[in-house]
Write a protein that binds this ligand. Structure first.
Ligand SMILES: C[S@@+](CC[C@H](N)C(=O)[O-])C[C@H]1O[C@@H](n2cnc3c(N)ncnc32)[C@H](O)[C@@H]1O
Length: 250
């Protein structure tokens, strides 16, 4: 099976074969799963789960699969969240980032938003409190000025670069999860601008970015009043997220 997967272009063929075997109930279902994987369908949709920061998360068919490249952002956010603090994860998808924060800080309040009801249902199945709607529109007003950590792996691929994504991503994963508008930074810019009203004094904002976007996003952070800016690298050492602390004028 591993050699079939390798021939189909799966990079981690041995591990994928193990996961498919573990998820299959019998030889017939294993064969059907293998066919789906060879056609390019995400492994997590076939097995129904994925591993993220050591957590096993449910991922339903049609929902963006959390990427290992987002793990540094998730772990950093969890580390910045006070034990009984408040966190918001915008565009939560399956709830991966929110789940990491909640697991690390069980007594914290972690609230997420998501525009796609299918993804929101998946995040709820992962134990996350999710509000369905656009970005921060649906957050309760009681959270104004109280958020210690806000995270977002929001769509950031420029519309005219969407065709450069891997073929399987384009064929299967939802465009709304990826397309960041003409510049790629439409949702990121809105997030930075809207974030400040929710921040507790000294609250942290962490947003994932694509290759080369971090300098522009750092400027967006600075203009919105964020300091102590760090560029977080993913496991490959590539710049992957911008993190900053909201600084109130004295
Ligand atoms: C790149 S995925 C990231 C999901 C999750 N944070 C993760 O890392 O696995 C972006 C998610 O944002 C959702 N989304 C896109 N635009 C949105 C918006 N304006 N408001 C709320 N959610 C949105 C998509 O449905 C998708 O689930």
């Amino acid at each position: 099976m591993a050699s079939t997967l390798a021939l189909a272009g799966c990079v981690a063929a041995d591990e994928e074969a193990d996961e498919l075997i573990a998820a299959a109930t019998d030889a017939t279902s294993l064969d059907a799963m293998l066919k789906r994987r060879i056609s390019g369908e995400p492994l997590a949709w076939i097995t129904g789960t994925t591993r993220f920061c050591g957590l096993i998360l449910q991922v339903r068919s049609g929902v963006y699969v959390p990427r290992w490249q987002s793990e540094t952002l998730a772990r950093t956010a969890a580390g910045l969240l006070p034990a009984r603090g408040t966190a918001v994860d915008l565009c939560t998808g399956s709830g991966a980032i929110a789940a990491v924060m909640q697991a690390a800080r069980p007594e914290a309040r972690v609230v997420a938003t998501e525009i796609d009801p299918l993804a929101a249902g998946c995040a709820r199945a992962n134990g996350i409190e999710v509000l369905i709607g656009d970005l921060d529109d649906v957050l309760p007003t009681e959270l104004v000025g109280t958020v210690d950590v806000m995270t977002g792996v929001v769509p950031y691929v420029p519309a005219d670069a969407m065709h450069l994504l891997p073929r399987d991503v384009l064929a299967y994963e939802p465009r709304t999860a990826l397309d960041g508008g003409p510049t790629g930074l439409e949702v990121v810019t809105r997030t930075v601008d809207h974030s400040t009203k929710w921040m507790a004094p000294g609250g942290w904002l962490l947003l994932e970015v694509g290759g080369g976007q971090y300098t522009e996003v750092e400027q967006l952070f600075r203009r919105a009043g964020y300091g102590q800016i760090q560029i977080l690298e993913d496991g490959d050492g590539d710049p992957r997220a911008v993190c900053g602390r909201h600084e109130f004028a004295e």
